[in-house]
Design a protein around this ligand. Structure first.
Ligand code: NAD
Length: 436
């Protein structure tokens, strides 16, 4: 099928390449000339495992191309909207400027029977408003939220755990559903759950999923705060409650909390939208979830200060990680970088290392020192803090080896990813999050 994907960022570039890899003929459209140039050369403009391979393969096959020209959408059967919906500069609500601009640029190129499939994460009610503008063209709007995880985006796009489509009632909705089933044919054939619903439910599925995940993380981090004043160990607590199948162990990793381009802005936008709907109290807990999350960054900084005897001023601190999570170069609202910036603000001589995110981090925070090589970054450190749980730091850094590089022996484990006994045995003072 001929498809267009409007917006070629972390979601859209992967979606375009993944759709081409399952056999569709795809054009990716973006306003960012540099991104389009890079994609057209077959070079992934950001780090996402597996993306480079499917880009190379699908561009060579002739099924995938990229352009900045919105008219290239003409002739596609389905047009995916994957542009950004960031937090507004002066508030908590989502900024829908990009969605509105993308839809406006698409409308002149739509034909009778086309499907516009919204994938961006939007406040509930957005699709109904967009549909009013799209319907006069003879096209149909569906809302098809995306659940991919950065770091696993290719796999999640090609083989998602569920598909959700919000469609209009009646035959038009049924036709659109059939078309989407054809688009996602390998998943449909495999029996992947395909939930067909209305616009509002589809929009809410996405934001409520993210609200739930954020809540789970902040719940365990709240337990970490209690553990810290009682001498309890939150990781053992998480293991123990996680054995209850109703609770489950996943997403119960206490640490410096969540970040990235989705969870923080999505829970804030959800709160803002609920306020507009007169139901602010229903999700008032999300403000607390946000605050617990941000407090953990303070805690991590405080542990470094404590570890260095009360001040980090002029001390060498090595920060292991910059990306908001491993297997990604995404630094949007990264807790790791936030901690690094705060330590720098307290006068520490901060050296940041990361396997993938240095270039992005340097662009946004040029005041920090960056070193690509992990061991070089560790050299002469008075204290070390692990903030992104890359395997290079979590599994492949024996404490005995770290000892040969650093001056001090203070390790703050912002992700509870290290073995405290091993680090202590090697002579280090180990600080975890919510662990004695
Ligand atoms: P991103 O910033 O990486 O990409 C957005 C892209 O849209 C950019 O390349 C930008 O240049 C482009 N764009 C902006 N206006 C445009 C226009 N008028 N026409 C064409 N292109 C335009 O953002 P992202 O992470 O890909 O997220 C996109 C949306 O998907 C957001 O709503 C986000 O919440 C949602 N989402 C993201 C993820 C994720 O893991 N990144 C997962 C699920 C949902």
């Amino acid at each position: 099928m001929k498809l267009s994907v409007i917006g070629c960022g972390y979601l859209g570039a992967v979606h375009a390449a993944a759709m081409a890899s399952i056999g569709h003929e795809v054009v990716g459209i973006d306003v960012d000339q540099r991104k389009i140039d890079s994609l057209s050369r077959g070079e992934a403009p950001f780090f996402e495992p597996g993306l480079q391979e499917i880009l190379t393969e699908t561009i060579a096959s002739g099924r995938l191309r990229f352009t900045t020209d919105p008219a290239a959408a003409k002739g596609s059967k389905v047009h995916f909207i994957g542009v950004g919906t960031p937090q507004q500069k002066d508030g908590h609500a989502a900024d829908l400027t990009y969605v509105n601009t993308a839809v406006n640029s698409l409308i002149p190129h739509l034909a009778e029977g086309d499907i516009v499939a919204g994938k961006s994460t939007v406040p509930v009610g957005t699709a109904a408003g967009l549909a009013e503008r799209i319907v006069p063209t003879g096209a149909t709007l569906v809302w098809n939220p995306e659940f991919l995880r950065e770091g696993y985006a290719v796999q999640d796009t090609i083989d998602p755990d569920r598909l959700v489509a919000g469609v209009p009632a009646g035959p038009e909705g049924e036709r659109a559903t059939e078309t989407l089933r054809e688009v996602y044919h390998p998943s449909v054939a495999k029996g992947t759950p395909f939930i067909v619903t209305d616009y509002a439910t589809a929009e809410l599925v996405k934001v409520s999923a993210n609200a739930f995940l954020a809540t789970k993380i902040s719940f365990i981090n709240a337990m970490a705060e209690i553990a810290e004043v009682t001498g309890a160990d939150v990781t053992q607590l998480a293991d123990a409650i996680g054995h209850d199948a109703r609770i489950g162990r996943r997403f119960l990793g206490a640490g410096i909390g969540f970040g990235g381009g989705c969870l923080p802005k999505d829970i804030r936008a959800f709160s803002a939208r609920a306020e507009e709907l007169g139901r602010g109290e229903s999700v008032a807990f999300l403000r607390e979830i946000d605050e617990i999350n941000l407090r953990r960054r303070d805690r991590a900084v405080q542990l470094v200060v404590d570890g260095l005897g009360g001040s980090v001023y002029e001390r060498n601190v090595t920060v292991l990680g910059a990306a908001f999570k491993p297997h990604s170069d995404d630094i949007r609202d990264s807790p790791a970088l936030d901690v690094a910036v705060r330590l720098h603000g307290l006068g520490a001589k901060v050296t940041v290392t990361d396997p993938a995110a240095i270039e992005n981090a340097r662009r946004v925070h040029p005041q920090l020192a960056y070193v690509e090589d992990r061991d070089e970054a560790l050299r002469d450190a008075d204290a070390v803090i692990l903030v992104t749980e890359w395997d290079e730091y979590r599994r492949q850094l024996p404490p005995e080896h770290a000892s040969t590089l650093t001056t001090g022996r203070v390790i703050v484990d912002g992700r509870n990813g290290l073995d405290p006994a091993a680090w202590r045995a090697a002579g280090w003072t180990y600080y975890g999050m919510g662990r004695p």
